[in-house]
Design a protein around this ligand. Structure first.
Ligand SMILES: Cc1cc2nc3c(=O)[nH]c(=O)nc-3n(C[C@H](O)[C@H](O)[C@H](O)COP(=O)(O)OP(=O)(O)OC[C@H]3O[C@@H](n4cnc5c(N)ncnc54)[C@H](O)[C@@H]3O)c2cc1C
Length: 305
């Protein structure tokens, strides 16, 4: 728990980032979780996954853009990405973060930019997933998603089962027919807003999954946890929810054994493919999730290897 909290704190460090990102060993270890630095790398990874029967969600890494020019150029990148997905008939959508689109700068601007991307995606029959960031952004993300969803169908967001508020948000967003990705939550949150114990997070995850899946809306069950996956399989069997009515989702490079197994069993699976040069916070959150990842990283840092 202490290591997790420390790594999550360090993931926000502007001083540590350049050191880790310029280090050859960290770059090599990060490649396990990040498809590469360019859009070409992400497309290549998605093509390989598509061939194996998996869908993709492309995530251009980058958080907390603080100038309007940066936010606007991010939009151009996304529009071009959707065009290229359509041209190449890739089975892929896009995941993005509102702080990449100027949420810290100006919420109205951010909404305008997200609207442009979602309008374009919807016109191509595609979909934008708005990732959920730390709790400082939850309310804004939920409200902005609702407003954009009221105009365009091709948008959804993410619910974090560790938050006490998640059930209420699920109910509100379902009223709009909003597609949701259910995950446990990856940030460091205090006990007054988030369940501190894993068992309670897991119980809430299962509870929310059981609300989402019979709703008639297409949702994503995002987890690598065999217990959550089994609970989902049992529930859909019991309630006759078709395998084409939801998808499992996992992160690039994590539990590929489980990924293959789900596809073999005939479930839909989408892989979240992060790419780009700004991989430090994402990498640190993945290290925080699993002590073995940190040990692997530290072992590789040892001289003489
Ligand atoms: C597609 C997808 C999108 C996501 N989007 C968001 C988002 O928008 N906002 C957000 O806060 N979080 C997001 N997350 C992260 C999520 O909240 C969790 O932090 C993460 O998925 C770990 O939780 P878990 O459900 O896999 O269960 P855990 O209980 O954390 O892990 C269960 C098992 O999964 C494996 N595992 C989990 N993480 C790792 C890892 N890093 N490396 C190796 N093995 C691992 C281990 O075998 C572990 O025992 C997303 C996750 C996925 C899969």
């Amino acid at each position: 728990m202490v290591t997790r909290a420390l790594l999550l704190k360090l993931s926000e460090s502007k001083r540590l980032a350049p050191f880790i990102m310029s280090n050859d060993v960290s770059r090599r270890v990060a490649r396990r979780f990040v498809a590469g630095e360019t859009l070409d790398d992400a497309f290549e990874a998605a093509r390989i996954l598509n061939k194996a029967g998996l869908s993709a969600s492309l995530d251009q890494l980058g958080e907390n853009v603080n100038d309007e020019t940066g936010a606007r150029s991010t939009v151009d990148g996304y529009l071009a990405t959707f065009d290229r997905i359509a041209r190449q008939r890739l089975d892929a959508n896009v995941s993005l973060k509102l702080t990449q689109l100027g949420l810290d700068l100006n919420e109205t601007l951010c909404e305008e930019l997200v609207g442009k991307i979602v309008e374009h995606a919807t016109s191509l029959g595609n979909f934008v997933r708005i990732d959920m960031e730390g709790s400082a952004y939850t309310q804004q993300t939920v409200e902005l998603t609702k407003r954009v969803r009221a105009k365009y169908a091709g948008v959804g967001t993410v619910m974090q089962a560790y938050l006490y508020r998640a059930e209420q948000d699920v109910q509100d967003l379902l009223r709009l027919g909003c597609r949701l990705r259910l995950c446990k939550g990856a940030y460091k949150e205090p006990p007054d807003i988030a369940f501190p114990n894993k068992a309670d997070v897991d119980a809430n995850y299962v509870k929310l999954m059981k609300i989402l899946l019979p709703s008639g809306v297409y949702h994503g069950i995002a987890t690598h946890d065999p217990a959550m996956i089994q609970a989902t399989k049992d529930f859909v069997r019991e309630k006759n929810v078709g395998r084409d009515q939801f998808e499992f989702q996992m992160l690039y490079g994590i539990r590929t054994d489980l990924q293959e197994q789900l596809v073999r069993e005939g479930y839909r699976l989408r892989i979240y493919i992060p790419f780009g040069t700004d991989w430090f916070p994402y990498f640190m959150r993945r290290l925080a999730e699993r002590p073995a990842n940190l040990m692997f990283f530290l072992r590789n840092l040892m001289p003489g290897r």
